[in-house]
Every structure is written in C-alpha cells, then in structure tokens.
Design a protein around this ligand. Structure first.
Ligand code: ATP
Ligand code: MG
Length: 720
C-alpha cells in the first residue's frame, strides 16, 4: 500500500485511511503482506464494497460529464433570426458572426497571449510541476511514517520514545521540508498564474478595444453596443478563466492520468487493456448522445442570454420605457423569454439526468465486468487478489482526474466560444483605414467641397437608395443651408462628408482631392467641425467635454468658447461651474444646454469646414437667436453647411439648397427661392401656418396669409 501511496499522487484521505486500515488488519491477522492472501483480498474487497460502489458511481458520473462536454469541437454560435425585429436584434447580441477552427484559435492564443506572457506561463508551469511533484512524493513519505507507527505498535512496550523519534525524525524532517517547498511553490504558482490571467485579460481587452475603435461606422450600425461591451468584459473573463484552469488543473490532471495509467499497466496489462478498449467505446457512444445535449445546452444558453438582453435594453432605456409607460410590456417580454429559457433549462436538466442514469448503468457494468474478468485472472493465477483491489482503488485517482478533465473540458468549450468572439473582432480589419492618406497644408486649404453625381445606400439597407445622382457645391468661406423634409438625406450628406461611409458612385472632393484619398483622421480632426443632430456628451465635466474638441486647448480658450456658446449662463448657476459633471449620455442637463456644449466643442478646434446638423433646434427662441448670432460670427471665413428644420434660421445663408428624396430640387438664395414659389416657398408657408416661422417685411408681401390654403407649392418631390 505504501508503494501505492508513493506511486499515486494525491491519494484521497479516504484511500489513505483505508490503507491505514489495511495495515492494521495485516498486523491483527499476523500476515506479512496483505496481498499475498487471496482470502484477505476478498475480506478487503468486502470491506471496501461500499467504496468500490462509490468508486464505480464516481467513475460513471465523471465519465458522463466528460462525454457531455468532450467530443466534437465546440461549434460557433450562428445567427438565429427571429420573426420579430427585436428578437433579431437581441439574438444578434449573443451570437458570433463566423466560426473559427481549433487551429486558428490556437494560433490566436499564441499570438495574443502566450507570445507576450510566455515567461509568466513558463514560471507558473514550472512552479505547478514542483507542487505536483510534492503531491506525488508526500503520500509515499506519509506511508513510511505510518509504517513506523505500525512497527512501534507491533513492538509494543519495548519501543521507547527515544527510539521512536530516532526512527521517524528523518522522515518527519523530510516531510516538513516537502511541505515548506509545496507551500512556497503553491504561493508562487497561484500568484504567477493570477498575474498571467490578469495581464492576458488586459492585453486582450486593449487589443479588442483598439480594434473596435478602428472599425468603420457601418460596423457599429450592425453591432449593438451591449454586444461589444459583452465581448470586452464577459468573453475576455471567460477566456481568461479557461486558460488559467488549463494551466493549473489541466497540468495536474494530465500528470495524474498518465501516472495512474502507467501504474495500472504495471499492476495488470490485460485488465488495463480491457478498460482501454471498453471505456473509449462507451465514450464514443456517449459523445454521439452528448451532441444532442450540447445542442440543447446551447439553445438554453441562448434563451437565457436573450432574456438578459431584454432586461439590459429596458434598463438602459429606462427613461423611454417610463415615458411610454411600457413597464408592463417589458415585464411581459422578459417573463416570456425567461419562461422559454426556463423550459429549455428544464429539458436540459431532464436530458442530463437521463444521460447520467444511462452512463451510470453502462459504467457500473464496466466495473462489474472488470471484477468478473479480474476474478477470472485471479482464478487462472495471473493476478493476485490484492492487485485487483489496488487496481480498483487506483482507478479512484484516475476517476478524480477524469472528473477534473470533465470540468476542464466544460470550461475549455466555454473558453473556446468566448475566445472566438473576442478574436473575431480583434482580428477584424476595418473596411477603410482610420489613418493614412493625403493631408493638405493648413495655409493652402480652401475648404472647397463638392458632391459630384453621388449615389449612396447605407450598407445595412442596400436596397434603399438614399442619395441619387446627388450634386452639391460648398464654396470656400460661404454658408450653404440644406433643408428638406425628414428622411430626405440631409444628415447622410453630412455623414458622407465626415467620411463615415464610402459612396458607391460619384465623388466627393475637398479642394479637388477625392475624399477617399485624404487622411480620414486629419480630415475629422483638423478640417471638419461637426455638431450632430443628437449631441452626445461624455460622462465628464463640461470643461472636459468642450476640451474634447481640442485636447491641447488652454483653460482660457475653453472658457472663451463656453462664453461664446452661452454656456456660462447656465454653468455659473452650478456650484462647480464648468467643472460640473454632466451625467451619463448628458443626463443632468437640458437638451439645449447639451447643444451649446456641443457647439463649443466643435468650434474650439477652429475647423475649416463647419457642419451644423440642426445645431440650434433644441434651444428656445431667445437662446436660439443669441447662439445663432454666435454661429453666424463663427462661420465667417469658413465653409459652412447648415441643416435646419426651422427655415427662419437659414434666411441669411449665402445659398439654400432644398433636398427631397436624395436629390437637390431647388437651389438659390432665400429671396430667389421665395419668388420661385416652389418647394421652399411651400415649406415656409407650412411653417408659417404652424406658427414656427417669423417672416420679415419682404416675405410678408410674398407670403400668402396663413388662413389661405397652400396652392402651387408642395413639399412632396416633383415628378422625375
Ligand atoms: N445608419 C443608417 N442605416 C440605414 N439607414 C439609414 C441610416 N441613417 C439614416 N438612414 C436612412 O436614410 C434615409 C435618410 O436619412 P437622413 O438621416 O439622412 O435624413 P434627414 O434628411 O437627415 O432626416 P431628418 O430631417 O429627420 O433628420 C432615411 O430613410 C433613413 O431611414
Ligand atoms: Mg437628419
């Protein structure tokens, strides 16, 4: 038994205790060696019958788990669109876009993790091996100590304390030394492993975040923020845990399995061969059955993720939910998804139960067959009864290692799926680079912008043509106002000028350079100043939000910009002034205040081309007038494109272009367009009728009184 202890790493306390029990039995029956008597072997077998049964159940349980998780390589989650649009969006958050082979996956692991942190992995592995070595040696040494105890007991009164200490002190000191080494290396390997895990997670997060920031805008049209954040947090975490487990438990389990197998072979090659044939065949059948369960598990996971996504979306948009009093519908939606998830999970539980039951029966059969076959070998004199006993006991260690393997493979499968999702986006090359291309010297830049025969559809909706043979010229230093009904494509024009999307046909030029040849970062940083329709702010102070426009701006410049955009009016009422934090997504300040901060942010960078997409729409008429005066001031000498719904705000523009369904249908100054009495005139009439438009004297003469029906002009597109 001491040989068994020495050979097997980490025998359980129970098996060690049973070894002690056997030694006591040996002493009591005055037998020199317990395995030389077949009668004794039988007694022991009877005594350990409960243990053998537990053992068989344990083996079967762990093998069952192993079958369930092991087998075919993990499939990548594929897109599963639901009939409802929201379902489609929600499922898109949980699924991966393409599958990756194990080889590709491993090469990614090497490239992004091992290559960078190999020293840590190497040191952690070596430390873990030292710990494993101690675990193998210590039981043997304990066995020696037990031998000394047994001997002392046998020799009875003749054995003095001095003799006893002399005979055991060498082993005790060796044991203490081993315990010390084991503790020190346990500390080392755990801390090294933890450093490795955290560092690789940070590397992965940095690489992923960096890659996401490089992606083109259309990528973000088709991937929701929640999904991307999920990959940055949960998936990286899952991959990290999986890798750590492979190094810590994987290493130990592999060592133990190999050790056990070698030991089993030395005890009885025919029995080991018998197990070597039957167990893999059963694993093969189990793998086949387990595939169905894995599919069910995948569905259950997806359903659970969908339920979580509904909750996440509702909580993220709680203001929207509240303002439409939709709490009950969100609740119902969540309840429905949670119930679906629950049903799937329950089916999975039942499946696992049935599978485990079958597995237990099959593997208990194997244990029984081993006993019968082993009995035959004993009968033929080819095996000692004790050997059969130790064979069964040693399979206990193998069973523990196998059960760890099953957990390990479960974690590996999850790590593989998560890793796939992480690496997919880390490796994704943006369709257009973020940097690189021609830059025009600032002093030579005129700001002459032209759209020539541009045709464009959003990649996410290729069938809907948003701009059709669109032509527009923004003359250097002049103000062009673009107006037209909602959905005409006005914001799209601005988006294209920012280089967010590429056009299919036609060209957009800046100072005769095609926009695709220009350095996109330089264009956005130095040439174009953009105030979007929905100004977005960071969860930072007002000052930091303004400085986002030009990080090197001095405090005085920030304050001046704030003054000119009429931010001080409201900021001075806050206790901390410009250093007040605006809440998440700008919550905590009004829409008009947000707009003013966005204006200051765009103007502080002193752009050559200014793009204002309904920049003053959220302001009251008084602030609007003041801010507009500032904008008019700021737009002097810059090429400016103003998009406005309130037509009275664009009267002073050098040129006004009217856009309907992706085309310019009218073009001219305010006065000329009013005289034309076309679409623009009709729009002015409509606004006036709604009380939104304050006409000047000339217009009073031109406009039909609001009580009269609008006749010749219409906002609908003219016939093609
Ligand atoms: N990211 C996008 N992906 C797909 N389609 C889009 C996207 N953005 C806008 N569209 C579509 O393109 C068309 C033009 O939209 P755009 O935002 O340019 O209109 P707009 O003239 O600015 O309207 P509004 O005056 O309401 O702001 C619309 O039909 C819209 O649904
Ligand atoms: Mg718009």
């Amino acid at each position: 038994m001491s040989l068994l202890c020495r050979t097997f790493p980490r025998l359980s306390v129970r098996s060690f205790y049973s070894s002690f029990l056997l030694r006591t039995c040996v002493r009591k029956s005055s037998l020199q060696t317990w395995n030389s008597s077949s009668q004794f072997g039988k007694t022991c077998m009877r005594k350990n019958l409960g243990g053998v049964l537990q053992l068989s159940v344990g083996i079967s349980g762990s093998c069952g788990l192993l079958w369930f998780t092991f087998g075919r390589r993990a499939e990548c989650l594929k897109k599963d669109f639901y009939q409802k649009h929201r379902s489609a969006q929600i499922s898109a958050t949980t699924n991966s876009d393409h599958s990756m082979s194990i080889r590709e996956f491993l090469s990614m692991v090497w490239k992004y993790i091992i290559k960078e942190h190999w020293i840590l992995i190497f040191a952690a592995t070596m430390s873990a091996l030292v710990v494993a070595y101690c675990s193998i040696v210590i039981p043997g040494m304990l066995g020696e100590l037990v031998d000394v105890v047994a001997k002392a007991y046998r020799e009875g009164e003749n054995h003095t304390l001095g003799n006893w200490w002399e005979s055991c002190q060498k082993t005790v000191f060796s044991l203490m030394k081993m315990y010390g080494i084991q503790s020190a290396f346990t500390y080392l390997y755990i801390s090294l492993l933890s450093s490795f895990g955290e560092r690789s997670a940070t590397t992965l997060r940095m690489s992923l975040f960096n890659s996401l920031l490089q992606q083109e805008v259309q990528f973000f049209d088709s991937h929701r923020t929640g999904e991307l954040v999920n990959r940055l947090t949960n998936d990286v975490q899952e991959l990290k845990s999986s890798l750590k487990l492979v190094i810590s438990q994987g290493l130990r389990s592999v060592t133990q399995c190999i050790g056990c197998f070698v030991w089993l072979w030395t005890v009885s090659p025919p029995l080991t061969t018998f197990l070597g044939v039957t167990v893999p065949s059963l694993i093969g059948v189990g793998t086949f059955l387990g595939a169905g369960l894995r599919a069910l598990s995948k569905q259950a996971q997806e359903k659970t993720s969908e339920a979580c996504a509904v909750a996440e979306e509702a909580l993220a948009n709680i203001r929207l939910v509240r303002s439409f009093a939709m709490e009950h519908l969100e609740q119902e939606e969540f309840a429905q998804r949670a119930a679906e998830a629950q049903r799937k999970q329950e089916s999975l539980g039942q499946g696992i139960g049935a599978f485990q039951g079958l597995t237990n029966a099959a593997l208990n059969g194997v244990v029984l067959a081993t006993l019968v076959y082993g009995g035959q070998l004993i009968w033929d004199g080819k095996l000692a009864a004790g050997d059969l006993m130790s064979f069964l006991v040693s399979t206990q260690t193998l069973q523990r290692s196998l059960s760890q393997f099953s957990l390990l493979f479960g974690s590996l499968v999850r790590g593989f799926t998560s890793g796939q999702r992480v690496f997919e986006f880390i490796e994704r090359k943006p369709l257009y680079p973020l940097k690189g291309g021609t830059q025009i010297e600032s002093s030579f830049l005129k700001g002459d912008v032209e759209f020539k025969n541009v045709t464009f559809s959003y990649p996410s909706r290729p069938d809907e043509v948003v701009l059709q043979n669109f032509n527009l010229r923004l003359y250097p230093g002049r103000v062009l106002a673009l107006c037209g009904p909602s959905g005409a494509g006005k914001s799209t024009v601005v988006g294209l000028l920012e280089g967010f999307y590429r056009v299919e046909n036609g060209r957009i030029t800046v100072d005769d350079h095609d926009i695709t040849e220009l350095d996109p970062s330089w264009l956005r940083r130095e040439v174009v100043g953009y105030i979007s329709q929905e100004p977005l702010l960071f969860n930072a102070t007002i000052r930091e939000n303004i400085r986002y426009g030009r990080p090197d701006a001095t405090d005085a410049e920030v304050e001046e910009a704030a003054q000119r955009a009429h931010i001080m009016e409201f900021a001075s009422t806050f206790e901390k002034g410009l250093d007040t934090k605006v809440g998440e997504r700008g919550v905590g300040i009004s829409g008009g205040q947000k707009q003013r901060i966005a204006i200051a942010r765009a103007l502080i960078k002193d752009p050559h081309v200014l793009l204002l997409d309904e920049a003053t729409s959220a302001l009251d008429s008084e602030s609007q007038e003041i801010v507009q005066r500032y904008l008019a001031d700021a737009s002097k000498g810059r090429t400016t494109l103003i998009i406005a719904h309130r037509l009275s705000t664009i009267r002073q523009a050098d040129q006004i272009a009217v856009m309907v369904k992706g085309r310019i249908v009218e073009h001219g100054t305010h006065d000329s367009l009013m005289r034309e009495k076309g679409v623009y005139y009709g729009m002015v009439q409509q606004e006036r009728a709604a009380g939104d438009y304050i006409p000047d004297k000339l217009e009073e003469a031109l406009l039909i009184p609001p009580s009269e029906k609008v006749g010749g002009a219409s906002v609908s597109p003219p016939p093609a």
